[in-house]
Design a protein around this ligand. Structure first.
Ligand SMILES: [Fe+2]
Ligand SMILES: [Fe+2]
Length: 139
């Protein structure tokens, strides 16, 4: 697995697609939003970062609902990884509100790597299980 990005072509890459249209669209829009906020000036960046957290939270909830729906055995580990990231993002937002904008910039720069790894591992395994469940329903 590589953790390199072609920044000229954006954070999203078709190789992140997992074959689950809802999940893929959500990941793509999260990465596009991340790219958008990384270009904001300091005056808009805090609000942009908080908006990004809200989107991540909504996406994680949706994914966790899917896992509950298929009684996914790796749900606790996957949920824990989501919770850790959200905790980290919220902690960063509070530092930013106290004036530490640089903390938000650093975290924003780390996010494409976090998402790439999470998508390729945790979400990839979930997508395979979803596919299996869908096939079983059809059969
Ligand atoms: Fe996930
Ligand atoms: Fe995901």
């Amino acid at each position: 697995m590589t953790a390199s990005f072609d920044f000229r072509r954006g954070y999203w890459s078709p190789r992140m697609a997992l074959g689950q249209p809802g999940m893929d669209a959500a990941h793509r829009s999260l990465l596009e939003e991340l790219e958008r906020i990384s270009e904001l000036d300091d005056a808009q960046f805090v609000a942009g970062f908080e908006h990004f957290i809200a989107l991540v939270e909504a996406d994680f909830h949706e994914e966790e609902a899917v896992m509950e729906g298929i009684e996914y055995s790796a749900l606790p580990t996957h949920r824990e990884q989501h919770a850790r990231l959200l905790g980290y993002l919220r902690q960063t937002a509070s530092r930013m509100r106290e004036g530490d904008i640089a903390a938000g910039r650093e975290v924003t720069a780390l996010m494409p790597g976090w998402f790439e790894l999470h998508i390729e591992t945790m979400d990839g395994a979930l997508a395979m299980q979803c596919q299996y469940s869908q096939q079983r329903r059809i059969a």
